[in-house]
Design a protein around this ligand. Sequence first.
Ligand SMILES: Cc1cc2nc3c(=O)[nH]c(=O)nc-3n(C[C@H](O)[C@H](O)[C@H](O)COP(=O)(O)OP(=O)(O)OC[C@H]3O[C@@H](n4cnc5c(N)ncnc54)[C@H](O)[C@@H]3O)c2cc1C
Length: 531
Amino acid sequence: MNSDHIQNIIVVGGGSSGWMAATYLHSSLNGLVNITVIESPTISRIGVGEATVTTIKTEFFDRLGLSEAQWMPECKGSYKMGIRYANWKKTPEEGGDYFYHIFGEIPYIDEVPLTHVWIKKRLEQNYNIPMAYACYPGIAAMDLKKSPKLHNNIQAHYYAYHFDATLLASYLARWSVSRGIKHVYDNLTHAELNAQGNISCVVGAGGKKYAADLFIDCSGFSGFLIEKTLKEPIVSFENSLLTDRAIAVNFNENPETDGIRPYTTATAMKAGWMWEIPHFDTSGNGYVYSSQFISDSQAEQEVRQFFGKKAEKADVRIIKFQSRRRQNAWVKNCISIGLSSNFLEPLESTGLYFVYAALYQLIRNFPKKIIDPVLRDKFNQKIRFMVDEMRDFIIMHFKTCRRTDTPFWLANKHETVVPDSLQKIFERHQSGLPIKTTHQSDIKLYASFGVQFDNFWTNTNYQSILCGVEVLPDTALPLLHYRDDIMKKGEELFKHYQLESQRLINTLPSQFDYLSKIYAMKNNTVLDEVK
Ligand SMILES: Cc1cc2nc3c(=O)[nH]c(=O)nc-3n(C[C@H](O)[C@H](O)[C@H](O)COP(=O)(O)OP(=O)(O)OC[C@H]3O[C@@H](n4cnc5c(N)ncnc54)[C@H](O)[C@@H]3O)c2cc1C
């Protein structure tokens, strides 16, 4: 390799983002660059029992050559087919409600989304099958805690995973060390800059200096390099997103008797929402809330009440956060990835997506030792787009929630700021038009990570939430008034999905049975594979 190419990378931080960065860079650069991960022996990782989105399989695990039988048993992994939103329309006192946001694109008929056939039927015929049940054949099976895969491993539904991110970090650390990535424990105290303002080295507690050409800051919320050393400002979203704390609590579960839900549950609460993430035989749970509206002890009380007996003796952990991003994620020769770079309140489980999506963009814009600012600017622009688009989608959830029973929900309705980009989406929806259509089947859309990155939220996603809470447009898509042929084809598809739904219920194994088979295949090839 030329001496003007990057030869040494230091990753600061050994949380899930640090180890994902080390493994991803190692495999994407063909092992040609020396990578060292420096992790504090005293500062623990964030790990709350994470949920993910579909591309983590193709863009991350497949890239490392890791099969489900290898990594899932190590990280208590389970399948996730989507998110169930409970009580976002009605309070429990009003009887409660739920809707789903499911993976996979809802199809188009002659470039009109099936969602809009559903909307017309709902508005004009009071069609009473909820959108997700009408447009996805796999939901009834999901309710019955079935696996998204058949016993012969054929996939019947798009899926992502639930797992313990702390265990994932440990697993990836073992994978890394067995492949020559260096792992150092040290409490870094500061960094030194050269005359151009680039980082020349980071300095450990005993004064040891670690030099590299490129530094990846995965130091979590503290932002050891990007904030403390390079002082890159943040762009805060606190005017739009009020939640700023979480109480996390883990439980042991009994999957053999209770089954394993293949979805995340997000239940609206008095001052935020509760997450439930089922792993194989444990679960990660917690309350994301706003400290303006509820104290930590009130929030803890709500958690204990919600989970009842299970939570009586459980330890809880309070995590403070701010929804925000760096103005620039890449500054000088330092790229911030993970919590040091950005964080959005976790309603759509996108934290780890931000990690491998940033790594994907970094590889596409990977520099030489002397960094061409064009590469850096391109990366920064992609990360800004990624976070801001996600921010709008999450704000949409809070803005359209139908609850007005507490000061928190009233403030979300009347006081928080709607970015112009989201306002345009609301206007478009009200006019009856689809939002962000791709006209692609999911096979084409999901075939390229780059295409998916640019089209992360599509009409399917927006309609799942808006129609889920019954924020319907004023009028059906005007075109459909003239196109009975599209309406008829839509009706046929709805009927076909009802039949298909029964077939899936009859043929899919339970998630517990399917995972038991995968877990029984557990082996330690992660180390054996190294030659
Ligand atoms: C409430 C909550 C819920 C979440 N839910 C989800 C979810 O459902 N799905 C999802 O994908 N993501 C979720 N996330 C985000 C996800 O947990 C993080 O993105 C992920 O864990 C990555 O964290 P990290 O590695 O950036 O930081 P951390 O895990 O905090 O790791 C930081 C590392 O830096 C090291 N370090 C710090 N300072 C120093 C120093 N001076 N010297 C040496 N080492 C140092 C620490 O030792 C540690 O190893 C959630 C986060 C929160 C807070």
